[in-house]
Design a protein around this ligand. Sequence first.
Ligand code: PNS
Length: 164
Amino acid sequence: MVHAVYPGSFDPLHNGHLDIIRRAHRIYDRLTVAVLHNPLKDRYLFDVDERVAIVSDVVKNLRGVEVDSFGGLLADYMRRLDATVIVKGLRAISDFEVELQMAHLNRQLNPNVETTFIMTATRWSYVSSTRVKEIARYGADVSKLVPAAVQRRLRERYQEAQAG
Ligand code: PNS
């Protein structure tokens, strides 16, 4: 049985992420979506528990997909889970350069782990969490970019920010 991990910040999850989750789910027996808890990165819009809750809500009907959070090195987390495959989405050459470096380093840190790449669907290749937040912050429509549950939470978060 192959246990794969799809790691990321997911701040927030968008349709490109969801597409990768669905496609990885078809390939691997077990898939853990692992949300990064990084205490040094204090610029998250949603805290780690909120990000886990959002992803869990969106993937609740995908049997075999689990959602978790992790801190520290991904290579160590893979060891703790006894998982052997990292899944990453690739949108463009710019992603490739970063991902190539991480794949080599992760393999050096944990030689039992292989990083695999799924090419992002063309229709989501221009979507990033950063741009989604930028658009939502100004009250514009992100319904074509994120699942409905994420759209709702973005609206609430930015309304709270305005009220506060
Ligand atoms: O969604 P992101 O922010 O592009 O995801 C990046 C992530 C979480 C996959 C990456 O930052 C990561 O693996 N962080 C854990 C720390 C780590 O292992 N760093 C060394 C990588 S070689």
